[in-house]
Design a protein. Structure first.
Length: 247
């Protein structure tokens, strides 16, 4: 048998996004490992606990909070991230070794889907060098799918590709074709031509959800203002948007 870890995609906001497969994995888990990301993100930790409370039929499980090592903010972004992942891997390896019995089942809950801008699988890869365990991955509804569903739009144009990128890369490379932008703290769409179409969503799938659609010229300033206001009120924000160049 040996130790087993589920990496469970829990969807990007609405507990109703949790799949039947995820519910089975939640019910199979004895120990949930959760990263402690500090006060600002405590709403997100609370949502994870809500998912467990709602879907687990016999609550014999435990939560183990993993302290999140500090991320260095040096000039080399990739090097900073890779040192940070290595530090996390050490913390996770020791928690898995001490908190899970020889045949124990643990889980990491990944926001949305674990394949998309999520480091859980990469870190567990490094952890596997230190502790032995088997692993499976349960897919979840991503913020991209939540965004297109709430705006009731297709993601791609007929036969066309879509790029999924970050605000930083949008600023560096500009827009060529349709692109979904995530992890953007700076409203980077503002640098796009004013006739660029935008479908924006924040706190998707939650009761605080915000949706705006139009062109960058028409709705860009409103999105920037809404975003700043919501961020100040909640202390954090997660937003995603789809851009398409004008026809
Ligand atoms: C670290 S990534 C995680 C993405 C996640 N794994 C997924 O499948 O959607 C976090 C980014 O996802 C987007 N995001 C996640 N949840 C969201 C939500 N409920 N509403 C809007 N954007 C969201 C935001 O762009 C945020 O900066």
């Amino acid at each position: 048998m040996g130790r087993h870890i589920h990496v469970i995609g829990i969807g990007a906001g609405d507990p109703d996004y949790v799949t039947v497969q995820a519910i089975e994995a939640l019910n199979d888990t004895q120990v949930f490992f959760a990263m402690d990301k500090g006060e600002a993100k405590s709403d997100l930790v609370a949502l994870r606990r809500e998912v467990c409370a709602r879907f687990i039929r016999e609550p014999g499980y435990r939560f183990v909070e993993l302290p999140d090592p500090k991320r260095s903010t040096g000039p080399d972004y990739r090097e900073g991230v890779s040192d940070w992942h290595a530090a996390r891997a050490r913390v996770w390896a020791s928690a898995i070794a001490t908190e899970l019995g020889a045949d124990g089942v643990g889980a990491f809950l990944a926001w949305g889907d674990p394949s998309l801008y999520d480091s859980t699988l990469r870190i567990l890869d490094a952890v596997a060098a230190e502790v032995e365990f088997t692993l499976d991955v349960i897919p979840g509804i991503t913020a991209v799918q939540a965004l297109t569903a709430r705006h009731r739009i297709p993601l791609n144009e007929v036969g066309e590709p879509v790029l999924i990128t970050t605000g930083r890369r949008l600023r560096e490379h500009g827009l060529a074709g349709s692109a979904v932008v995530m992890l953007d703290g700076d409203c980077s769409f503002q640098a796009c031509p004013p006739d660029t179409k935008i479908w924006w969503g924040a706190y998707l799938g939650t009761t605080d959800e915000l949706l705006v659609a139009g062109t960058v010229g028409e709705v860009g300033p409103r999105i920037a203002a809404l975003r700043a206001d919501a961020r100040a009120r909640h202390g954090w924000i997660m937003d995603t948007y789809l851009l398409r160049p004008a026809d």
